[in-house]
Design a protein around this ligand. Sequence first.
Ligand SMILES: Cc1ncc(COP(=O)(O)OP(=O)(O)O)c(N)n1
Ligand SMILES: Cc1nc(C(=O)O)sc1CCOP(=O)(O)O
Length: 519
Amino acid sequence: MRNEREFLQDKDNPSEKTKDHLILLRRFFTNNSIKTYKNLPERHNIKLISYFQKKELYKVAGKRMKERETSMTEKPLKIKTPIVLTIAGSDSGGGAGIAADLKTFAALGVHGTCAITSVTAQNTTGVLKTFDLTPETVASQIEAVCTDMEVRWAKSGMLASSEIVREVAKEVRKYELSLVLDPVIAAEAGGNLLRKEAISVLTEELLPLCKVTTPNASEAGVLAGMSVKTPEDAKIAARKITDLGVEAVIITGGHLDATDLIYEADSETFTRIPGTFVKGGTHGTGCTYSAAVTAFLASGDNLEGAARKAKKFVEKAILKSRPAGRGVSPVNQLGAILEEKERYLVLRNVKKAVSILEGSPDFSKLIPEVGCNIGMAIPEANSYEDVAAVEGRIVRYMGRAVPVGCVDFGASRHVASIILASLRYDPEIRAAINVKYSRKALSACRDMKLGISSFDRAEEPENSSTMDWGTTEAIKKYGSMPKVIYDKGGQGKEPMIRLLGRCATEVAKLAVELAEQIQ
Ligand SMILES: Cc1ncc(COP(=O)(O)OP(=O)(O)O)c(N)n1
Ligand SMILES: Cc1nc(C(=O)O)sc1CCOP(=O)(O)O
């Protein structure tokens, strides 16, 4: 299909012209508003075509007009956000209980509501005092939420007393809630959260109404009446717990081998979900996990899917925890989800940067023999997996810059090392590209008034990583963050120029500008 100008300049073959013209017009109407229709005949010089079918034009226009009318009269599409409820205690330290639950719900895109069972005076060192609310207060909150909003999935945390457990069981029946029960018995840092006498009420009156329960090893031990010290014990305990009437149990492995164990009573199946022990604050982990399982189930995941996603989410939330207080720091739910968003933004930026490079014929001349890569890191990156770059690098092919593979995290070593080293000095500098070294290129960098520094491979100590050491050396020598770091190579090592910046598109534009300067 020719473009409009080629078409109008072609004075031969009117029948082909008409056919092409009609296709052009159809495209026009598909892509543009009907209002511009009146201007169309002049633009397309319709008189040129003797048997231009006006009818055809009107047919297309009419159809488009009708489509627009119906789309305007249709009711706007309602996308439902799941509404979930947490029935739990408050933690004045903001790490566990409803604070953790509501943060988790918000991070995972469901609307969270709450019924508070107990107010705890708590911080990172433990629970100092608890003030239980009356069962009536708890029931009232559940009623307020459930009579107004469509709540299907709920979770329970700290239930404090036999009376509250009984009341919650009544409300779960009344509103036919699908309940995820986190059997909160004590806080990790110390302090009872469920009275001893309430344990049997929990197992006999509430547990049989639940879809899932999410104990850790010691809570599973209490529910099953045995000690859970090994993965084998966990299997036995899981069966015993479902014998109490709950449909499924997930015994979290944080206190065992980091593997979670799901047991579903109906199918009598065990599923193991391996994980890794991660370092960071863990206060609120149990609450966050059960809230995440609830949010994923409410969003339509099956139990295994919800459990897998919840585990990953909690691991990230632990990694992202921030020091708070003198005891166990709380997990960071929003940090966990923001990192996902950052990764998406970084991927998008690197992809855009690659298309800037692909679109510049001049740039291909700056590609070194070993190829070039462009990378960008997420904020606070600390591993290659936190830097996105081009798999297999960018090479020169038929006078053009061609990315060999896709943009992905973990795709670079050299450029990623340069970025990770730069980040340590200036967290704003998150992107880099390597380009071919030449005296001309270096002097163009000077003309462009870019701050330049360098390192000498001959001075590199043994057993160091060249990129990490070289970047660090160059930054130290310059006294602040240079825009350009070069080295003149070494035995079997190509000399190289690296351009640094805040994002991948910034360094891509800089590289294209440099390429244009040295033409
Ligand atoms: C009010 C309140 N509810 C529950 C807990 C227990 O939270 P959990 O997530 O199990 O975390 P740790 O307390 O074990 O860190 C709580 N502490 N407070
Ligand atoms: C081989 C090589 N050396 C570079 C340097 O800066 O010295 S850049 C480079 C190519 C890019 O590698 P990657 O895909 O590992 O980032």
